[in-house]
Design a binder for this molecule. Structure first.
Ligand code: FMN
Length: 385
């Protein structure tokens, strides 16, 4: 067992909302919009958190209480908390070296870190920082050769869990990103330059660390790709829609665990089981893809009830606090992930952001469990009203 590093969180930022507010002041508007926004009218993103918070839990007060443990077993590892860091693309745009900061914090706090194919750190670097514990989320490439090469690199890096994505059959329609020129192909508008000048610390750190790049994709990208052609390259690079024909050969060749992320229905959960996958993440991509869709807590509750004993059922989207983690676990999730919460933390506090956010969430979750009289994470469903 590693000796987990522990810091007390900074009392100026005792909530994810406080980190979000600080992040908004610290990073350029286009980067904040990219992180913070949902798709279309942003109905789904709002419902995610609102509907998690409708879940109610009941306490057992008159009970003996020997203390609590947040430790949770998942795919043969015992993690120190029942939550992990979801894959987020372009992390270095929000804060320089954000991927590296979160990967290191995940190791120190013994929680899972999932690397996105399209973020700003390579598979190899993620593996080095996390001592081979990082999970890898594959955006399915159009070319099988590229797919095989990425899988080979992930395996060589010691990656134990592969995450396949099924909820991006098309790029989400995000109005703010389109206005800011972050759609494909991206543009650097005058307004974006003005925003950068208004955020000197971000600009200085970015200057020091260099422009963020798609490090995992570098070997497959033409040299000197300009912004106009980057969009065309990305479009051609990924085959977007996932299906059983694409998953089956990966299942045959990948020796580790496979998790399907973006599951929103019982039908797709059943298909994942039939395909021999090890886990699913019930997710709507944090409200970035289908504005007319359900919040995640609803399908999570149904899927966990029906399939929770056949496959590991995990969840993300909308979780912003320890109580939200408790509500999700009580509703049947066996593990939870967060995307924005951790990125708000790093955007607000830089190098300290990963440690702070994990520590804050652990403290909040411990308080809820103690209040409930719940000694272990797997007992949370007993407290569901
Ligand atoms: C800015 C941003 C970029 C994202 N990029 C990816 C990605 O590259 N791959 C992926 O599987 N999910 C991606 N996601 C989705 C997250 O993995 C996760 O499902 C989502 O953030 C969960 O919702 P939450 O932010 O409310 O916690 C992204 C989310 C955000 C906010």
């Amino acid at each position: 067992m590693r000796n987990a590093k522990r810091i007390k969180f900074d009392s100026r930022y005792p909530s994810i909302e406080a980190l979000r507010a600080k992040a908004k002041k610290r990073i350029p508007g286009f980067a904040f919009d990219y992180l913070d926004g949902g798709c279309n009218e942003e109905v789904n993103i709002k419902k995610n958190t609102d509907e998690i918070r409708q879940v109610e839990l009941k306490p057992d007060y008159l009970t003996k209480y020997p203390g609590l443990s947040l430790q949770t077993e998942l795919f043969g590892r015992t993690y120190d908390s029942p939550f992990g860091i979801a894959p987020v693309g372009l992390q270095g745009l929000m804060w320089p070296k954000a991927s590296e900061i979160l990967a290191k914090a995940s190791l120190d706090y013994n929680i899972p870190f999932i690397l996105s194919t399209v973020t700003t750190m390579s598979i190899e670097k993620a593996s080095e920082i996390t001592e081979g514990r990082a999970w890898f989320q594959l955006y399915h490439p159009t070319e099988n050769e590229v797919r095989n090469d990425m899988l080979k690199r992930a395996e060589a890096a010691g990656c134990e869990v592969l995450v396949l994505l099924c909820d991006v059959p098309t790029f989400g329609f995000r109005a703010k990103e389109i206005q800011n020129g972050l759609s494909m192909p991206p543009k650097m508008t005058l307004s974006n330059f003005v925003q950068i000048f208004g955020r000197p610390q971000w600009a200085w750190e970015t200057l020091l660390n260099g422009q963020p790049n798609f490090e995992t994709l570098k070997p497959y990208m033409p040299k000197n790709l300009n912004l106009k052609h980057l969009g065309l390259f990305m479009d051609a690079m990924f085959s977007k829609r996932m299906n059983e024909e694409k998953i089956a050969p990966i299942r045959d060749s990948w020796k580790g665990k496979i998790v399907l992320k973006g599951v929103a229905t019982e039908v797709d959960a059943a298909k994942a089981i039939k395909l021999g996958l090890d886990g699913i993440i019930v997710s709507n991509h944090g409200g970035r893809q289908l504005d007319a869709g359900e919040s995640t807590i609803k399908p999570l509750t149904r899927i966990a009830k029906e399939y929770g004993s056949d496959i590991k059922v995990m969840m993300d989207s909308g979780i912003r606090s320890g109580p939200d983690v408790a509500r999700s676990l009580a509703s049947g999730a066996q593990f939870t992930f967060m995307g924005r919460s951790f990125m708000y933390g790093v955007s607000a506090l830089g190098k300290k952001g990963g440690d702070h956010t994990i520590s804050l969430l652990q403290t909040q979750l411990s308080q809820v469990m103690e209040q409930l009289g719940c000694t272990q994470v797997s007992d949370l469903p007993k407290h569901l009203i």
